[in-house]
Design a protein around this ligand. Sequence first.
Ligand code: ADP
Ligand code: MG
Length: 447
Amino acid sequence: MAFEWNNIINKVKTDSTSLHMWLEKSTALYDDATNKLVIEVPSQLHKKNLTDKYIPELLSLIRPITNDSISIDIDIKKVVNQKIDISQKITIKDVQISLPLDNPAGHIPYLNTKFKFDNFIVGHSNRFAHAASKAVAEAPGQTYNPLFIYGGVGLGKTHLLHAIGNYVYEKNPQTKILITTAEKFIIEVVAHIGSKKMDEFKEKYRSVDLLLVDDIEFLQKGEQAREEFFHTFNELSNLNKQIVATSDSPPQELKLEERLKSRFAAGIIADIQPPNFETRVAILRLKAKEINKVVPDVVLAFIAENVDTNIRFLGSTFSTMIALSNQPGFEINLDLAKQALKLTNPSFESNKKIGIDLIQQVVSEYYGIKIQDLSSRKRPENIANARQIAMYITRNLTEYSLVQIGQYFGGKDHTTVMHAIKKVDQLIKSDDKFKATIDELMVRIKK
Ligand code: ADP
Ligand code: MG
């Protein structure tokens, strides 16, 4: 190819900032046989936007330096890098969404001040990792060293790593903190190797008090960097300087030299598991609070129910729903949550089981109350009774746990749900007319 893709990207950086945003993380390949330029982008959203809006612009950039008959294909990268933030500004069905920009700290390069302990929800799945991180942040180099945090994508590893950095910085701004990713480390080693600057590089790493390294699994790819990392690691540990690393797998499963693995294992290893339902609801509630939005519990529960493995997707589904709700005439409700889910998760299927929304609809219609009343905390007798009946039916017709049902019905705790179910159960046994009503409702729902 007669041109460098990166030059094109750099050119649009000044000419067209919005196009640049969509191209920033792209790579391109020229296919001789078809005379096509295949641009690979990180997400479906990138693909859709570029295809819908920017093909003519791209062609006008490329044709003058290639040939007039070249065409463009936009493709999603085979291995989607989950770390890529989809964008700062995304367009979905003509809605402009402005997501908060990552907020790089003023003082420590690459330290993201958005990630704090204060906005980290602690649950069963991350309790130990959180506690270990907090202990390390309170007294770097004095408790767990090194601290090794591992877990799946989007479960809060980076969040905890930055939270440690932010906490230490706020408590003692003199602490020399260096936060990086193993990928960045490798790039630096490669760039410096053999040059006089290598000493500078070594000095930079070896003079820190707190070294935070994200995504250590990348070290599997860089042999020289591994060597360099090992020495840095040793020197820092000998000086009692704190090291924290995150990874997608435990040390023993990484393809690294034994000596490096056993170095990690010498400290403490904490895993993060996918959050349970309650934690997911709590995270969503926090997100709503952060932007001062009132979001009904039933909506939070619905999103939490349907996004259950990755906290990043939980966040993006929530932001998408909020963005949709900012259009005139839209309100935050189950329908909107469903739309947001469909947009952020194309494989989402809303009618795979009897939904609580259907149960609530049938019960509220039957008793002539508003559907929202069922998920409110209102106490008038007719509403409270209908709510108890709806809870009972949910328990019988769905797989939801007591805790989940409580969330859907106004944030009740599971003992309240249990009490409601018991009460309805007793009534069914003692009152034939009541039993007939419940049967009738169940039939309507199952239809
Ligand atoms: P990982 O590094 O494990 O892939 P991140 O730390 O980047 O995941 O987390 C993904 C998103 O989820 C971030 O926006 C983060 O703030 C959020 N997040 C993860 N865990 C929590 C939590 N326990 N409480 C609040 N937000 C969380
Ligand atoms: Mg991460």
